[in-house]
Design a protein around this ligand. Sequence first.
Ligand SMILES: [Zn+2]
Ligand SMILES: [Zn+2]
Length: 173
Amino acid sequence: MRINLVPLGDIAQDIMGQLKTRTSHIFGCPVNIESAIAVPEHAYNAERNQYLATDLISLLDKKGGGDDDRVIGITEVDLYAPRFSFVFGQANILSHTTVISLCRLRQEYYGLPRDEALCLERATKEIVHELGHTFGLGHCPNSRCIMHFSNSLADTDYKKAIFCAKCQPRLQL
Ligand SMILES: [Zn+2]
Ligand SMILES: [Zn+2]
């Protein structure tokens, strides 16, 4: 099993490197950085000024990989899903493909000073959460657990980047 990180659009190399190291540390498996692919224009919704997360996932699905492999797209564009004003990330459990957006993880999105370390910490949490879904986990009621559903950044900041004692043994790595 391998985890493949795919930049969707321009993502700084040091961010990709950091996310690779952290993801590999948490799951204890090889993590690859694939070559970047452009964010598909057909995913763009001009009325919302956002991109449809499932369109990005479908694009990543076509990249294939081994049956056991996990694919996670990283993008700077703002993502949405029907019935949600935005999503931090989304997973296709069947294809083991996921996507996360850095857009709303950035302090500057909220008019605050840039904080790269905080952005990386949040991005790591979103990655671990979405990958957790592809390893068979649903949402967890423990608000400190990484599988807790994040409605807001406060939820993301409150939870830890690790699985709780109930979720950890249920991970199907
Ligand atoms: Zn979730
Ligand atoms: Zn849990």
